[in-house]
Design a protein around this ligand. Structure first.
Ligand code: C5P
Length: 232
């Protein structure tokens, strides 16, 4: 599994994201496009960033009836994204339908990973709001296992869960981990964080890094630091 650093391009417009990406003259980082940018600019933003030579993780977290997810995934597959995702809570049948929708006529498809429980959901809210009484760590592993059985390629998880996910689902099952901060950096609103070096040690396959790069005085230098700590 090739390790890589994915930059979370959490910008509100195409203009802002291109101003940011223009700083990268020698490298073409793997970028994550989230709901804000996608809803603001539509599919053209994916095509334009792709045309510039970047790999794209389209983070839209689909969750709907299987037929709707299947048809929507076919559209995302046509956009030629490299990685996309959905909520494992949509059930195994929904995840299987997603794979069908993503798979192109020639048999190729973007990688597909699942969100297990959002990191904003804690034990208390899961019990009270969702009426799930299990231990949240068990729920995360159960959902990861479901994703694996449905044929998905991996999960989004906290760096702290990546080792356990590999134990349960195998080392080839991809772990994509946000919540990464430099040892000397500001943690912002993230609660459970790890440095790129620690994420590498624990076996994350991809780290998703936003503000430590996008809000840095020198974003290219911050990106290269991530790559040095995590990949090299
Ligand atoms: O700026 P920061 O490095 O915190 O950005 C992390 C990115 O990863 C954001 O785009 C955020 O939405 C995403 N993310 C996260 N925690 C999750 C899932 C996604 O921080 N559990």
């Amino acid at each position: 599994m090739g390790k890589d650093v994915i930059i979370a391009c959490d910008f509100s417009s195409a203009e802002k994201v291109f101003e940011f990406l223009d700083k990268f003259t020698d490298t073409k980082p793997f970028v994550k496009i989230g709901m804000e940018l996608f809803y603001a600019e539509g599919p053209s933003i994916v095509k334009e960033i792709k045309k510039r030579g970047h790999k794209i993780f389209l983070d839209l977290k689909l969750h709907d009836i299987p037929n709707t997810v299947k048809k929507s995934m076919a559209v995302l597959s046509n956009l030629d994204v490299d990685l996309c995702n959905l909520h494992a809570a949509g059930t195994k049948r929904m995840m299987e339908a997603a794979i069908e929708g993503l798979t192109r006529e020639d048999g190729t498809r973007p990688l597909l990973i699942a969100v297990t429980q959002l990191t904003s959901t804690d034990q208390e809210s899961m019990e009270k709001d969702l009426l799930i009484k299990e231990d949240i760590a068990n729920v995360v592993m159960h959902y990861a296992h479901n994703a694996k059985e449905a044929g998905l390629d991996g999960v989004v998880c906290s760096p702290l869960e990546a080792g356990k996910v590999h134990d349960v689902c195998g080392k080839d099952f991809i772990t994509v981990t946000p919540g990464v901060r430099f040892a000397d950096g500001d943690i912002g609103d993230q609660k459970r964080v790890m440095t790129p070096t620690e994420a590498k040690k624990i076996g994350s396959d991809y780290i998703v890094v936003g503000r430590p790069i996008t809000a840095a005085d020198d974003p290219v230098k911050a990106y290269m630091r991530c790559v040095e700590e995590f990949v090299d």
